[in-house]
Ligand binder design. Structure first.
Ligand SMILES: [Zn+2]
Length: 229
C-alpha cells in the first residue's frame, strides 16, 4: 500500500489527543486533586494532638478538669481579618460542635467575614480577660462563669466567643463590661467591622446550626458568645 499523504495528517490528530490526555492525567488531574486536598486541609478537626494537650495542661485544661480528653477536638480553620489578610486559626471545642464549627467557618471564610484572631487561649495563660482584650476568638476553657460558681459552657467546649473585644459581655445594669477594654463597644450602635448584629451572617449561621446567641439573653448581654445546648 502506497503512503497516503492524508493518513499522516489524520494520524497526528489521535496523537495530539493522546498528548492532551497524558497532560490531563499527569498534570492537570493531580493539580486538581492537590487543590481539592489543600482546600479540604484548610478546615480540619482531629483528636487533640499530644503537643496541644500538653500546652493546655494547667491552662485551659486545669487541675481537676473532669472533661475527658476524648470529648474534645482540635480545629484548624482559615479566616480573614478586617484588613483582608488571611490567617489560619485554631480552636479546641467539644466533639459534638466540630462539624458545625467547620461548616460555619467555611461559610464565614468564603464571605470574608472578618475575624481578627483565633489562637488557643492557652497562649494567654487561659486568662479570659487577656484573650478577650486581644480580640481573640476561642472556645474551650475550663472555668467558672465570672462572678459565679457555675461552670461556663466553655468548660466543656460547647461555647465559642467571636471577636470578643468588639462584642463584650455586658451586665444587666450595664455597669460591668468584659473585657474592660471593650467598654465603648457596649454601645451597640457603635459601628466596627467586628460587630455582631442580629441577622448578620455570623448570627444567621450559628442560629442555623442550633446555637443560642448571648446577645439574645435578657439577664445580661454576651454579644461575643454562641453556645449549643
Ligand atoms: Zn462565651
Amino acid at each position: 500500500m502506497g503512503r497516503n499523504p492524508y493518513f499522516c495528517g489524520h494520524e497526528t490528530i489521535p496523537l495530539s489527543m493522546k498528548q492532551i490526555l497524558i497532560l490531563l492525567l499527569i498534570g492537570l488531574l493531580p493539580f486538581k486533586y492537590s487543590m481539592a486536598r489543600s482546600a479540604a486541609n484548610d478546615f480540619t478537626a482531629c483528636a487533640l494532638p499530644d503537643s496541644v494537650f500538653a500546652l493546655m495542661q494547667g491552662r485551659s485544661y486545669k487541675v481537676g478538669c473532669g472533661v475527658p480528653r476524648a470529648t474534645l477536638r482540635y480545629l484548624r480553620v482559615k479566616h480573614y481579618d478586617a484588613g483582608g489578610r488571611e490567617h489560619v486559626g485554631e480552636l479546641v471545642c467539644h466533639k459534638d460542635l466540630a462539624a458545625d464549627l467547620l461548616a460555619i467557618f467555611r461559610e464565614l471564610h468564603r464571605a470574608r467575614y472578618p475575624i481578627e484572631r483565633m489562637r488557643l487561649i492557652d497562649y494567654y495563660g487561659a486568662d479570659d480577660e487577656r484573650s478577650m482584650a486581644a480580640n481573640n476568638t476561642s472556645a474551650f476553657n475550663y472555668r467558672r462563669v465570672a462572678g459565679s460558681k457555675a461552670l461556663s459552657k466553655h468548660s466543656t467546649g460547647r461555647a465559642i466567643d467571636i471577636n470578643p473585644l468588639y462584642n463584650p459581655c455586658v451586665s444587666r445594669d450595664g455597669r460591668k463590661v468584659q473585657p474592660a477594654k471593650g467598654r465603648r463597644y457596649a454601645n451597640r450602635s457603635l459601628k466596627s467591622p467586628y460587630r455582631i448584629t442580629r441577622g448578620d451572617l455570623c448570627h444567621r449561621l450559628f442560629k442555623q446550626h442550633g446555637f443560642v446567641w448571648g446577645g439574645d439573653w435578657r439577664s445580661l448581654k454576651d454579644y461575643q458568645h454562641f453556645e449549643k445546648p
